[in-house]
Design a protein around this ligand. Sequence first.
Ligand code: BEZ
Length: 211
Amino acid sequence: MSLRLGDIAPDFTAETTSGRINFYEFLGNSWGVLFSHPADFTPVCTTELGKTALLKDEFDKRNVKVLAVSVDPLEKHKGWVKDINETQNTDVQFPIIADEDRKVATAYGMIHPNASENFTVRSLFVIGPDKKVKLMITYPASTGRNFNEVLRVIDSLQLTANYSVSTPADWKPTEDVIVSTALSNEDAEKKFPKGVKVVKPYLRYTPQPDL
Ligand code: BEZ
């Protein structure tokens, strides 16, 4: 059975470019991003890991720990990191798992045999501090992911974990959010003193409450 939103993220211990890591210990009470790429020394993957490294401060700001994975061996990862740093003008500091036995890839369903028998696709999981899966995205090998979109979703996940709101299509931090339909108008006015704009009984907006 493949993983679904709300499931507990499987724990594992794996060899990485930063040594042997137990996933849950690595995460501690932080949020986590676990993402796979098909293979080392390939062009799209090189840009993806470079972009993630360039966004280090953004992930840190959100208390998110990042961990990459592919089925390539450790020595290959280490050689490739030098290329990523050189070509993407960055310094990869997050660990990359050498998942040669596919233990992590199998636990997270990162191999899609009809896409490739041998390589992981571009899977990405956001894990909450409760170790539950909050987001799953899957891209094909030919399309690099948008890591600013990953940050945007994390902003939404962290906001909606703390307030009775959800975020509308294309929402960006600082924009108005949607009041939970579980709240009456009266309770919504109390919870959101900055104001509640009622468009329809089921569609009510309020300014982002944590600003
Ligand atoms: C790439 O990263 O460019 C790539 C990796 C595997 C298959 C196709 C493209």
